[in-house]
Ligand binder design. Structure first.
Ligand code: FAD
Length: 260
């Protein structure tokens, strides 16, 4: 059964185990029972967060995105810019549009009134290459923004509920692989659920172990890259220098954000 225009409210718990879900429709809420509940609600992880005893953390980062014209971004290029308190980048979309996306520490964004134009001018464009590429840019769409944390894993500690995609691990936008990871973890969850239903084995330990094996290396690498991006300038400049001077290293880094 597929329920549209409904909201998943909270897990239904009996004897310490998740056995279903409270669903809110247009005018009423009802409980839906099921053998396994999968939280795929993205980085707000609506269902798992209902079970957490601690207060949710304040978002540490904020990201902005918009489409531009009149930039110097080449068709095949993806430019990444490091700057104090964040990083960002551009890539060509189509019809002379360039996609611009950047991420900054929330405290930095707040100090600039959470105003994307100011953040662009006062932080992103301190990067010389960004200044060159975006010197004549024109905004072609509204700004989209989102605030978030980047925990390496948000595993629920209860039987009967697993999470997939961003609800479990939100990977750094830097890698451009969030959608891939969400699809891969969905596939992994589906195969583990089938195995669990056929063999009556425990689902959660096996699923999370496979998830760790599949994604740990790339999540750790993203976390390391983020530390460099938000760390002292000489670190990010050193990394850019190394990547500029070695195709092998660039290809290795690219592949490592997508596997292992
Ligand atoms: C600034 C930025 C740039 C990014 N750029 C890229 C990129 O270039 N390439 C890339 O691959 N990834 C990128 N990502 C990441 C990518 O968007 C996510 O990793 C991906 O969408 C995760 O998929 P998901 O299905 O887990 O979650 P989502 O896509 O977030 O889907 C979750 C869905 O659940 C719904 N939902 C939430 N709560 C409830 C509820 N209680 N009841 C019912 N429905 C609910 C939401 O409305 C949403 O539709 C970017 C992310 C950010 C923030």
């Amino acid at each position: 059964m597929i329920s549209e225009n409904t909201q998943a409210r909270s897990p239904l718990i009996e004897k310490g185990r998740v056995v279903g879900l409270f669903i809110a429709g247009r005018d009423q809420e009802h409980a839906q029972r099921g053998k396994v509940l999968v939280d795929a609600t993205g980085r707000i992880n609506s269902l798992v967060s209902k079970l957490q005893k601690t207060e949710p953390k304040r978002a540490a980062y904020v990201a902005f995105k918009s489409h531009l014209t009149d930039t110097g971004c080449e068709k095949e290029a993806c430019e990444i810019y490091f700057f104090r308190g964040g990083y960002g980048g551009v890539n060509f979309v189509e019809n002379s549009l360039t996609n611009l996306c950047f991420m900054v520490e929330s405290s930095k964004a707040r100090s600039l009134g959470n105003d994307p134009e100011r953040i662009l001018q006062e932080l992103v464009l301190t990067n010389p290459r960004a200044r060159e590429t975006l010197s004549h840019y024109r905004l072609k769409s509204d700004w989209i923004s989102t605030a978030f944390n980047l925990d390496i894993s948000r595993k629920p500690d209860v039987q009967g509920l697993i999470n997939v995609g961003d609800a479990l691990a939100f990977n750094d936008p830097f890698t451009g692989t969030g959608i891939l990871m969400a699809l891969e973890s969905g596939e992994l969850a589906a195969s583990q659920i089938l195995h669990h239903l056929r063999t009556n084995s425990e689902l959660e330990p096996d699923y999370y172990e496979f998830h760790q094996k599949t994604f740990r290396a790339r999540l750790r690498l993203s976390s390391l890259l983020r530390s460099i991006a938000f760390g002292p300038v000489f670190l990010s400049e050193g990394l850019v220098f190394l990547l500029n001077s070695s195709t092998v290293l660039r290809e290795f880094l690219f592949r490592s954000t997508r596997q292992g």
